[in-house]
Design a protein around this ligand. Structure first.
Ligand code: SF4
Ligand code: SF4
Ligand code: SF4
Length: 662
């Protein structure tokens, strides 16, 4: 016998079925399209931004992320449940579409039936499993949302309506199948290809007569159709619009280097305002992002500011932008989001990194900071304003005279390029390693390591200025560009082609941001540079065993994906790393990024103390890092956490220099 089934069984395939069915579908799609256009009008309130270059690459990224649920799966538990639910739902959607295509087109017009034989058996079992998996995963997600209620997971009206609809659609699907099978397939070998449907069929079959099964089937069939069309029509009006917008956000995602900011054209006299005070001064993509948000709260869970009771939730910030754009675009965005929230960000990028919807949080915060600083002259505190003034006068935020910038290298035989431009690499030292006593030791150790590897290293000395990263992240684009242009001119004057930095903030700025202003030299972080020397056998080390924990700085880790090189160095020195629970791309910030190194931490609890406590919990006695800001924050943090005696913060260079042989 040929395995197949009668489509439109019990409801009929005549005009009395097809006409209302297609009219309902048309109405649902029309309401959806109307809603989508209304949303597009809201996105268009934003400024232009080109996000359609490299369309093939973007499309491939979108298809990959949607089909494989790559970003969703980065968080286990709910991520896995959502992915399985999604795949099940997609299979059901495709299956239902095939049924309609056969019944109303290929069979009707060309007498072609493809849902038969072996294909139909596979089709049946795939859909049966897909439906079962979808209903199981959705149940799990509903239990999480309604019973477990994880902290911070907000349940709104949209969730009640759309989750109820989804659950009922899936449930009625199984009941329809069960009722049909109870009448037509219960003793047929075909029934084994729909095992879950068979269970439902048996359950219904024992308790209902055939006429009541027919009535139940017909009623549920229409209810199922009605609910499915209602669901489709509601998509653009609820947070379930993310079914479309999140997918599209993979296409529109920033394809540039992670966290790279837009360089403002300060020469353009047509620009009247800088940064964003209203949503209309953000880009269309910034508004679109809020529609792509699934309210999964992953960003909030990872945010160091939120975790230390500061008034910043990246999730709420993104959604506030969307609410304002949709309801009152003229509203003062900064007042709505609050200045305290805006200044609390450390630009650690943990939110962006984990966001399943490829939403860009940091640039929005920087745009608001730019407006506060460039248009209003506002800073988060007097100390920040004072630091900026010091940067303007002396080229560093620490208030030290610019002429003393190279003094840390006294006696080390490190030429400044003004004296000898013929060096292997230019060491861009940065302000903290130049002037802060604790970090000056790191600079000296780095040079000692270079010399041990027979590398001739030079510096700019008093000609070097702050790279401008902290002031830029604080919103002072003007001062940043002034510093950057001066540094680039100096580097170009000496024909520098290779730069090494021991500050990840300098590294990120020179390697990414300076490109917009003309720097072409190769830039490396000291961790990668030293790991290369070890690998090439140029750094003679005598490993000594020790236990430590290692902190991935945000700007080497999440911003630049450098996780292996520092660990290779620690291993080469004989170190055994006891990893903190939050490591690599999940590392918790030290609190100093985003220009926060210049500001006092007045709100909530201290981020650096929390991170030091995580390090202390490993039981290791050494906390290694690779960043002058981190080292500064940890030296302070061990005191605040009362672990000064048991945990010693150190830079990787320090343990390497102690193990130099010969
Ligand atoms: S960049 Fe870091 S501090 Fe800023 S909102 Fe995102 S997670 Fe929070
Ligand atoms: S912004 Fe991204 S990570 Fe945050 S709640 Fe929305 S979808 Fe989730
Ligand atoms: S980022 Fe920091 S350490 Fe690097 S140059 Fe600027 S202020 Fe100095």
């Amino acid at each position: 016998m040929e395995f197949t089934r009668e489509i439109y069984w019990n409801v009929g395939h005549g005009v009395t079925t097809l006409a209302p069915m297609y009219l309902l579908a048309l109405a649902a799609v029309s309401v959806l399209v109307y809603g989508a256009f209304r949303r597009i009008r809201i996105y268009r309130l934003g400024q232009p931004l080109k996000r359609s270059d490299q369309p093939a690459v973007r499309l491939a990224a979108m298809v990959r992320n949607v089909l494989l649920q790559t970003r969703v799966l980065r968080v286990k538990g709910p991520g896995v449940a959502h992915a399985i639910f999604f795949w099940g739902f997609v299979a059901l959607f495709i299956g239902t579409s095939l049924i309609v295509v056969q019944a109303d087109f290929t069979h009707l017009l060309f007498d072609v039936v493809f849902l038969k034989g072996t294909f139909y058996k596979i089709f049946s079992i795939v859909l049966d499993i897909a439906g079962g998996a979808a209903i199981l995963m959705l149940s799990g997600l509903l239990v999480r949302r309604w019973i477990v209620r994880p902290q911070g997971l907000e349940t709104k009206r949209d969730d009640v309506i759309m989750h109820s609809l989804l659950f009922t659609i899936l449930l009625t699907g199984f009941l329809i199948e069960g009722a049909r099978m109870a009448v037509t397939e219960i003793n047929s070998p075909l029934s084994y290809w729909s095992p879950l449907g068979l269970v439902v069929a048996k359950g219904l079959g024992v308790s209902m007569t055939e006429p009541s099964l027919l009535t139940l089937h017909r009623g549920l069939w229409w209810l199922h159709l009605l609910l499915a069309m209602l669901f489709i029509s509601l998509i653009p009006y609820t947070k379930f619009r993310h079914m479309l917008t999140t997918s599209m956000n993979y296409f529109f995602a920033d394809r540039g280097p992670v966290g790279k900011l837009v360089t403002v054209d300060l020469e353009n006299e047509e620009i009247e305002t800088f940064g964003a005070r209203q949503v209309t001064e953000l880009s269309w993509k910034d508004i679109f992002d809020s529609d792509a948000c699934t309210l999964c709260k992953r960003c909030q869970d990872r945010c160091p500011a939120f975790a230390t009771d500061k008034p910043l939730s990246p999730m709420k910030l993104i959604n506030r932008i969307g609410e304002i754009a949709a309801t009152n675009p003229a509203m003062d965005l900064i007042d709505a989001v609050t200045k305290d929230a805006i200044w609390s960000c450390t630009t650690c990028c943990a939110c962006q990194d984990i966001c399943p919807a490829s939403i860009e949080h940091v640039n929005k915060i920087i745009e608001m900071r730019r407006n506060l600083v460039l248009m209003e002259g506002e800073f988060p505190g007097e100390e920040v304003m004072a630091a900026m003034e010091q940067v303007e006068v002396n080229g560093n935020p620490l208030g030290m005279g610019y002429a003393a910038r190279g003094d840390w290298a006294e006696g080390l035989n490190v030429p400044s390029l003004a004296d000898d431009p013929h060096v292997d690499v230019l060491y861009f030292v940065g302000c903290y390693a130049s002037f802060d006593k604790r970090n000056m030791k790191v600079a000296r150790d780095f040079v000692t390591l270079c010399h041990a590897a027979d590398i001739k290293v030079g510096i700019l000395g008093k000609e070097e200025k702050c790279c401008g990263e902290p002031v830029r992240k604080m919103g002072n684009e003007y001062l940043y560009q002034t510093l950057a242009v001066e540094n680039i001119e100096t580097l170009q004057k000496y024909g520098v082609t290779k730069i090494v930095t021991s500050c990840p903030h300098c590294f990120n700025t020179l390697a990414k941001d300076y490109r917009d202003l003309g720097l072409t030299a190769h830039v490396e972080s000291h961790a990668v540079f030293l790991a290369g020397l070890v690998q090439e056998g140029k750094l003679p080390l005598r490993p000594e065993s020790f236990d430590c924990t290692y902190h991935d700085s945000c700007y080497l880790g999440r911003h630049n994906g450098i996780y292996a090189a520092p660990r290779q160095l620690i291993k080469a020195a004989g170190g055994h790393i006891v990893e903190m629970a939050k490591n690599r791309d999940q590392a918790f910030c030290c609190s100093a990024g985003g220009g926060r190194i210049l500001a006092e931490e007045k709100l909530g609890t201290r981020i650096n103390i929390k991170r030091v406590e995580m390090a202390a919990a490993t039981g290791a006695q050494t906390l290694l890092s690779n960043c002058p800001f981190c080292l500064t924050m940890f030296e302070d943090g061990v005191k605040g956490a009362n672990v000064e005696e048991s945990l010693r913060p150190r830079d990787i260079t320090e343990i390497l220099v102690e193990r130099l042989s010969g």
